[in-house]
Design a protein around this ligand. Structure first.
Ligand code: KG4
Ligand code: ZN
Length: 337
């Protein structure tokens, strides 16, 4: 089954074709990131205008790539589209384009929850059969959630952030340290890699690390970094190292507790922060220690793209009448679309 998927929840305009939920046939991603870097943060109006500008060329390029792979438009069985969470103006562009394609191709339209997309990055081009139940840690710019995956379409929410998401904390601290004005997670992590010795080990808090639940809180950590750098003149790479360690310590400890308590057989990561080298390595160490299978998407599939939306559409969701498919900016990971 071939699904053509569209993703426009934020500042990426993406289209892809996916076979049987697991095989990427082709994928195109355009980003308006450079415009938001100039303003030091995303301006939703600008993001939506860029979606309008990019959507048609991105879809056209996807069709060109599809034909290069020997398929035609008639081979497409369904269209999938992200309906939330995300920015309303951006979501609308993708949804309307997807409705038009669904009508033109005369194929069903499947609404998709973007957050499940981050989980399904693990099912793309993965030969191994993922054993259930699995504990999933979704760490993105807007979300930090722990979910128990008992099977496709069978999820149980374990916990999530009470305030800032982990990616948001990375971005805010990167800005505070003068490393990047917009989406500084990767730069902060690269800076931390330069630290030869963490001379302030343990000086930043590990919020909620020992609390008897699966919730997170990262806003206090950001404030602690602010106080520390105001008080002391520390090398940026040392602060970056200690901050990254603090976030990763909490994520790994909570995930470890969830695996033990649920007797999970696998652990899966997803979302932009899953690209973080220190988190990936720490999860590998944990998985080896407690003997569970670990799945981490390739870096390319950690950040927003349409391949994972096509995969989610295949495994989870059903087609709906077009007038029932509407954007939902505040959709949670467990919300039905
Ligand atoms: O999943 P994503 O592309 O967007 C949302 O759906 O939110 O995630 C973007 C987030 C940003 O906060 C970005 O700074 C963070 O992922 N990120 C990283 C790294 N690469 C991206 N955070 C830490 N280390 C990285 N290497
Ligand atoms: Zn995302």
């Amino acid at each position: 089954m071939l699904i053509l998927a569209i993703e426009t929840s934020c500042d990426e305009t993406a289209c892809a074709v996916v076979k049987d939920g697991t095989q990427e046939i082709c994928s195109v991603v355009a980003s308006s990131k450079e415009f938001h870097e100039k303003t030091g943060g995303i301006v939703p109006e600008v993001a939506a205008r860029k979606q309008v500008e990019f959507i048609t060329p991105v879809i056209n390029e996807t069709f060109n790539k599809l034909s290069d792979k020997g398929y035609s438009k008639e081979d497409i069985d369904a269209v999938g589209v992200t309906v939330g969470p995300g920015l309303i103006g951006s979501l609308i562009v993708g949804i309307e384009a997807a409705k038009a394609l669904s009508l033109a191709l005369n194929k069903p339209l499947i609404p998709v929850n973007h957050l499940l997309g981050h989980i399904y990055a693990n099912f793309v081009d993965n030969e191994a059969e993922i054993k259930f139940p699995g504990v999933v840690l979704v760490v993105s710019g807007g979300h930090t959630d722990l979910v128990l995956m008992k099977g496709h379409n069978d999820f149980e929410f374990l916990g999530g952030t009470l305030d800032d998401a982990s990616g948001e904390a990375f971005d805010k601290v990167a800005r505070l340290l003068g490393l990047s004005k917009y989406l500084g997670g990767r730069v902060l992590s690269e800076t931390a890699e330069k630290c030869k010795e963490n001379t302030i080990e343990g000086r930043l808090p590990r919020p909620m690390i020992d609390s008897d639940n699966y919730d997170f809180s990262f806003s206090g950590l950001k404030t602690a970094v602010k106080r520390l750098v105001e008080k002391e003149d520390l090398p940026t790479e040392v602060v970056a190292r200690e901050f990254e360690n603090a976030v990763v310590d909490v994520l790994v400890k909570k995930t470890s507790r969830a695996i033990k308590n649920t007797h999970a057989k696998s652990v899966l990561l997803g979302g932009g922060v899953a690209a973080n080298k220190h988190l990936r390595e720490s999860m590998e160490t944990l998985a080896e220690k407690i003997k569970v299978d670990l799945y981490i998407p390739t870096i390319r599939l950690c950040t927003d793209n349409a391949v994972v939306i096509g995969s989610t559409a295949y495994f989870n969701q059903v087609g709906k009448p077009l007038d029932e498919i509407q954007p939902n900016p505040s959709l949670g990971i467990m919300d039905l679309v």
